[in-house]
Structures are given as C-alpha cells and as structure tokens.
Ligand binder design. Sequence first.
Ligand code: AMP
Length: 115
Amino acid sequence: MTETLFTKIINRELPADIIYEDDHCIAIKDIAPKAPTHVLVIPKKPIPRLVDAAEEDQALLGHLMVAAGKIAAEAGVGDAFRLIINNGADVGQTVFHLHLHILGGKEFSEAQLGF
Ligand code: AMP
C-alpha cells in the first residue's frame, strides 16, 4: 500500500512541525492555517476516512478526541476551539488519512460550521 502524506510525516520521511506525539497519534501544525491556531491530530493507523473506521477502532477514535483536548490546551486554546473532520472529497477532504482539525484563536459565527 502506498504511504499517505501523513504516514510519511509520522515516519519522518517528510518534514512537519510536530507538536505532540504518543503511541497512537501525532499532532502537527497545519501548513496552510485557517485560524491563528490550526493543528491536525492524526492517528498513526492510516484510516482513509472517518467512515472507514471499524468497530476495532473505537478506542483509537476516543483516544484522538481526548488527545485533541489536551493538545488544544497545550496550544493555548483549550477553552474555545472547533474540532472538524472532513469526510470525503465533496466536503473538502484532500488528504485521505483520517485527521481532526483543531481550530482556535478566532471567533466563529454560529452559522459558520466550517473553517
Ligand atoms: P483536509 O482538507 O480535511 O483533508 O485537510 C488536509 C489538511 O492538511 C489541510 O488543511 C492542509 O493545509 C494540510 N496539509 C497538507 N499538507 C500538509 C503538510 N505537509 N503539513 C501540514 N499540513 C498539511
């Protein structure tokens, strides 16, 4: 299987600003930030899309959520951030390796659900 862009970053084959790592995930600064704080939380397991996650991935998905809260706090936006998963090209997914966007450091309007 061809390695995804994010697997290459996880394996240090491509550079990135890695701000967190544990046994199951890493967090990197987004290369094209859509908010003052824009961090991606990426599982080491290369699940392409959220809908490709299986029953056996439940603990991993929970881990990503808990890690996202800690990472947001460490990034200084722990009290106000938005967590986004794009599932599918039609809503803008461009990297087919599951990732959570943490966005913070700016105000989001109630109606504006995206970036
Ligand atoms: P998505 O559109 O949900 O698939 O999000 C992919 C995100 O990855 C985008 O916000 C990109 O800016 C970001 N991205 C792409 N390449 C890199 C990279 N080499 N390092 C950090 N972030 C990246």
